[in-house]
Design a protein around this ligand. Sequence first.
Ligand code: URA
Ligand code: SF4
Length: 228
Amino acid sequence: MKNDKLKQYFKSEELLGRGIYWVENTVIKTTSNVTKEGKVKVLDELKNEVLRCKKCELHKTRNKVVFGEGNPNCVIMLVGEAPGREEDLQGRPFVGEAGKLLDKMLEAIGFSREDVYIANVLKCRPPGNRDPLPEEIRACKDYLMRQIEIIKPSIILTLGKFATSVILDKSRYEFSRLRGKICDWKGIKVLPTFHPAALLRHRGWKKEAWEHLKLLRRLYDEREERTN
Ligand code: URA
Ligand code: SF4
């Protein structure tokens, strides 16, 4: 890491309440109490960086960057694919038709948007809602990874094949095998499910999606029992 980058990292780590020791240019972290204020501050810093991003061609066609939003102290984080038309106009994730369905899905298992944190793999809209390109995913992935690192959710619900393949580092063709299965990624429980936009197109998939949602609720409740 370059010196200024290292300084910025050091500052962020401090805000996250971690003890840091310097040993010959190596940063050794000790985990400790991460305060909500610390998370908000570091997320804000990251957001400011992403709002200026021009790392891929999508910056030329976007209206607004959609960084993500929600409760930084959440247990459950949701990861979608990329902003659509409405999200691109408002700068907020899942505010169009798919978003309305997502709200209902959360509500059906007793959660609201304020309980979770929602982010996408890509922060800018692909024109015409086309699939994300590999180079766009490569350019943008680090932001999502940093969001996860700051928020430290216990459970991640990946919405659709792109989010699933990026988080679990699998081919997107493995989605059909992985959906509804609890996967471990760096100690986080990852549950792949259908993207709500796909559920709007294929109503027959809703029954299976409901099983995934019930499983999500169960994972959450089991964690609560263990930690209380
Ligand atoms: N689809 C996504 O994947 N993300 C959004 O934010 C909206 C639609
Ligand atoms: Fe940057 Fe991601 Fe937007 Fe591309 S999609 S310009 S990498 S924020």
